[in-house]
Design a protein around this ligand. Sequence first.
Ligand code: GH3
Ligand code: MG
Length: 417
Amino acid sequence: MNDSPMQQKVLVIEDSPTSMKVLCHLVTKAGLEPIAASTLSQAKQIFASSYPEEYLCALVDYNLPDAEDGQAIDYAIQAFIPTVVITGRLDERTRDRVLSKDVVDYIPKENAQVYDYLSRLLQRLEKNKQIGVLVVDDSRLTRSMVTALLRRHNFVTYEAEDGLEGLTVLRQHSNIKLVITDENMPNMSGVEMVAELRNTFSKEDVAVIGVSGKGSSALSARFIKSGANDYISKPYCHEEFFCRVTQNIEHIENVAAIRKAANTDYLTNLPNRRHFFTRVNANLKMAPQWVCFAIIDIDNFKVVNDTYGHEAGDHALKITAKILSRHFKYHYVSRFGGEEFCVYLSAMDDDSATELLEKAREEVAQTEMRYDGKSFKFTISIGASAEFDGNAEATLRIADKNLYKAKQSGRNQLVFE
Ligand code: GH3
Ligand code: MG
């Protein structure tokens, strides 16, 4: 595993002060710590007093005063640091020489765009530490070659020697987001494995890249038709391999981000009403013995907005959401809209639910909200109901009536009947 939390530093070996400044700025912007060296010997000195595990990667200039022909690159690679080469030289010979080494990537100092590319690459290397990639191939040599390539980009790697073992490993590790598979293997082929895993994992949850031999376009199509996201033909160059890997990982991440945005309330980060019901309905399918819905509404919230401003109101909503999340961490809590929240409780009883709801109410009432140098307090009213006959909407209507009663009887109270 290569997901050490220590990997926060980036070794920058660069002799041009201007480039060094830009690179260090990019590294800092990515939330990482740049360690600067302007010569190879300085880099060696720095390195002698630290551990390779502390480094996320190294950004290395091809040409340095004491290493004019890429020797610093070899040094960084031998020190087991993922190495990104930065160079002003654009000739074909230099490019081929750099790419023949075990580098992560090669970035010519052509224009400002390349710095944007580098900035994304740094973020990618950081994110990859959390992403598992499974390599399925019956050849041990191929497996170790591919996993070595992936580890160079900080991925967490897993191996399986046929489709059956691939399925087992995939089910054991939820961090696996990409499977790279060969076709011809004993017990279960690559195509069979893809078809099988699609019964459980969608294309948006786990991407699959099928590897097909030279000239076998029929196999590429079979992979895609059986549920693979992509394919790559042998022999492939490392650059193409990483382009495909990154593209597929980014697709998975983009879908996950869209899903999260669609399910989350933008202000409080709580699940929204739609997502709340998706989760509640999934839980109700398991036919729990006892369930309760509670609607929580902030008292006189209009006064908070009118007195302290809308932004202070937003801040108070976020704090309230945090308090509720903490109290109901083993249950489902959501922002229904405005200053109204809803909680779904199950596997409890009336007494323990009352105690839990009362504690949340008390904590909100006692919390001093601070915003922009001002400080204020407010309370919440709660209407709850555990009368459930299979229709959640009906239970919510009773909870809402109870909330109305709580408001009528002076607010800052729970009505649960
Ligand atoms: P009650 O105790 O009867 O619930 O009184 P209330 O003032 O809380 O209720 P009312 O429905 O009169 O007002 C709700 C206020 O909540 C008005 C609205 O501007 C405010 N509000 C709703 N959503 C937001 C939000 O996202 N941010 C802020 N700052 N205020 C919001
Ligand atoms: Mg209110």
